[in-house]
Ligand binder design. Sequence first.
Ligand code: HEC
Ligand code: HEC
Length: 248
Amino acid sequence: MFRKLILVGCLCCCTLAIAQLGPSRAQIPTTFENLQVLPSEISSNELMDTMRGFAVGLGVTCTQCHVGEDGQPMSTFDFASDEKQSKAAARIMLRMTSDINGQHLPELPSFADTAPQATCGTCHRGQLRPKTIHQELDVAHTAGGVDQAIEKYKALRGEWYGAGAYDFRERPLILFASQFMQQGDMASTVKVLLLGAELFPDAVDSRLMLAMSFMRMGNTSEARKYAEQALAIDPDHARVQALLKQLE
Ligand code: HEC
Ligand code: HEC
């Protein structure tokens, strides 16, 4: 039971992984000394499939969790060693993922139809420490203010765009800006919205909110400018139309 629960989800990643991460099987031990979570009778193939699933799911190589050097023969690795913290964390995660698949998901009414499975990659999406873009922005903001949050966003977007790890659409920036707006911090609100307007030349929401923000700041000419941009994108947008009326 356990084996099926854990391994099924990992298999799909494997063909991809083999090319980049696949050590030659000859170098991999066939008997294992220190399995505390995986079943002791697991075959070498199944263990390797599971390990590649870990590596791909987290976007790391074997050495994240095992003592050894990237690029060196696997025979020089000490896979049984528990020296690395990430290996201990991975055991906790293995138990957690097993509980999710074995206990919690089967409680879903839809389980019989869809038999959903959580894998490491379901949460990690190629990241060692999975976070949402909201969490990343909040952490950076707490550490160094809105400018640091904007820098962090740009850096993450540069590194991760297209990877599916973060939501780089307009919406999270709008929500982040709304936080500042609620606090009356209009300077920060505008900074975040300007980034949104720059990154999304066809998006209405950043421009509508910019118009509202400038209006609130008493800058009607900037407010009108962004309301007009928004209207050019979506001429039927009722809120934009109403705002422009107010600004006349
Ligand atoms: C995210 C962490 C992580 C990554 C990445 C990882 N492993 Fe592991 N590995 C583990 C954990 C945890 C165990 C022990 C599982 C247990 O206790 O049941 C283990 C056990 C093993 C074992 C058995 C060691 C023994 O004798 O007990 C081998 C062999 C192994 N891994 C090979 C690999 C290879 C090869 C890679 C790279 C393709 C890899 N692992 C990537 C976490 C990882
Ligand atoms: C339900 C979501 C979820 C699943 C499923 C999941 N993880 Fe995690 N994992 C997390 C979160 C959240 C953290 C903490 C990230 C942080 O520290 O910011 C984490 C942390 C870790 C870490 C510690 C990273 C470090 O700092 O070294 C490892 C290793 C890890 N997970 C491995 C795995 C492996 C292997 C699997 C699959 C067996 C797995 N995770 C499945 C959510 C998940």
